[in-house]
Design a binder for this molecule. Structure first.
Ligand code: GTP
Length: 455
């Protein structure tokens, strides 16, 4: 069932607010203004006592930012009037998405909310006096925090679901070798079934005894593994339909006395097996890397796997001293290459730059095409000097290699590079933003240069 949409949530929230008298909302607002530092500190110190939560919160950057962002959140939540409830809903959704990106478990977030409520109740009871009711104020605060939690949790689970699916796709992608083997194994399993069927028909076995495709070695692999692994690809529904047709219609048609009809059924079965093989080849081909994980022009990694790779690198960094760097690389004046020499020439240059990036990196590094003429390198196991030196070497490598834009045009191409070292913050988006800013500075500074921007 679909979750409530933004309008419903905004309307619900508005109703919640209007149920509370203005005087009470004002009193809570004053309380928030006076104690928001206390609330943020209380939240942080209680959460740090939890060893699990401290994994996510003990980073200096988090500490520094948590207090102001918590203050902003509290003030936005407990404003007396809200002009825009949609914005309030969206703000909670964003928080939920950050939680998913950082991979903070939802139970910790709920625990944090409970701690916060308790701090509120304490201050409400200590400061609110008649005619204002501390009980009513507590209900108001609690309802509001619950409303925010509901929206956050939903956004969290949607984002988390997506992460899980990407993670699975990545695993599949990284198993390309096995997919090649699997293809051969399943091909011969399908042919074995067909041979067994032909043999059984020739031996005039009863129709009920004929081997069913869905129960064959191939069928078992297909229904238990392939259907799950390739869920959603268009070929899967068609293959399933063919298997059903073979088992339920054409095997039964072999029971006919009429030789012509039996031969037609046999040839239908043979055609179905060919089609299944062809469709399977298409699915496996895609999964083996061409489209599933690699950009088709440059053969570099597709950005859709960035979250999986960075999530894993952050996890490694959390448990070791190892750091990684992000290098945002962008070809300079690429538009004018396209404009002057044509789109195909632009594509050729893109491929050659991509190949230099790929050749320059080590086995543990990752090179992504972010889109257009922008690339991202995840340089593992490095430090500040190492990442700067690497970026400089890369910049020089591109600048000194003439690129073959068309059969008779060689071009000198340069790149600008923004570099940043991951600072331990659990949200990788922040490091990407820093690398982006560094790249922007490199462009502003005249291009063909490296700019390093660390936290
Ligand atoms: N040939 C080709 N062009 C592309 C591809 N993807 C994006 N582009 C083009 O890349 C150009 C990027 O231009 P801009 O973003 O203005 O950047 P630029 O000209 O490199 O300028 P600076 O980055 O500021 O040095 C656009 O004209 C896009 O159409 C592609 O796959 N192939």
């Amino acid at each position: 069932m679909r979750y409530k949409d933004k309008h419903q949530l905004a309307a619900e929230w508005q109703e919640l607010l209007e149920r509370t008298p203005l005087s009470l909302r004002q009193a809570v607002k004053i309380l928030v203004e006076r104690y928001c530092d206390y609330f943020a500190d209380h939240f942080y110190s209680v959460m740090l006592e939890d060893p699990h939560a401290s994994l996510f919160l003990s980073n200096d950057q988090v500490h520094e930012r948590l207090n102001p962002s918590m203050r902003r959140w509290l003030n936005a939540m407990f404003a007396v009037e809200h002009v825009d409830f949609h914005a309030l809903v969206e703000q909670q959704e964003k928080v939920g998405q950050v939680h998913a990106r950082v991979d903070i478990p939802v139970n910790l977030v709920l625990n944090g909310a409970r701690q916060l409520k308790q701090a509120f109740y304490q201050k409400i009871n200590a400061t609110l006096t008649a005619p204002l009711s501390p009980g009513d104020a507590s209900v108001y605060v609690s309802d509001h925090i619950d409303m925010a939690m509901e929206i956050m949790s939903h956004a969290y689970s949607v984002a988390n679901d997506r992460n899980a699916r990407t993670e699975e796709a990545y695993k599949l992608f990284s198993l390309t070798q096995n997919i090649g083997d699997e293809r051969e194994r399943q091909r011969s399993a399908l042919l074995n079934w067909e041979n067994a069927l032909m043999f059984a028909v020739a031996a005039q076995q009863e129709t009920a005894m004929l081997p069913k495709l869905s129960k064959s070695e191939f069928g078992l692999w297909y229904f238990h593994k392939a259907c799950h692994a390739f869920e959603g690809s268009p070929e899967i529904a068609t293959i399933s339909r063919h298997i059903r047709q073979v088992d339920h219609e054409w095997l039964a048609a072999l029971d006919q006395n009429d030789m012509g009809q039996r031969l037609t059924a046999l040839s239908d079965i043979r055609d179905a097996a060919r089609t299944i093989l062809m469709l399977l080849d298409d699915v496996l081909e895609r999964a083996s890397g061409l489209e599933a994980g690699r950009d088709s022009l440059t053969r570099l990694l597709n950005r859709k796997f960035l979250s999986v790779v960075l999530g894993r690198e952050i996890e490694i960094a959390r448990h070791s001293e190892k750091r990684f760097a992000l290098l945002m690389v962008d070809i300079d004046h690429f538009k004018s290459i396209n404009d002057t020499h044509g789109h195909d020439a632009g594509d050729n240059v893109l491929q050659q730059v991509a190949s230099i990036l790929d050749r320059s990196t080590r086995g543990g590094d990752y090179v992504f095409r972010m889109g257009g003429e922008e690339f991202l390198i995840v340089l593992v196991d490095t430090d500040q000097d190492g990442s700067r030196l690497f970026a400089e070497r890369l910049r020089r490598a591109v600048a000194k290699e003439p690129m073959l834009a068309t059969a008779d045009t060689l071009l000198n191409v340069t790149v600008s590079v923004g570099v940043t070292l991951h600072d331990g913050h659990p949200d990788y988006q922040r490091a990407i933003q820093r690398a982006d800013q560094a790249l922007y500075q490199a462009k502003r500074g005249g291009r063909d240069r490296v700019v390093v921007k660390n936290a």
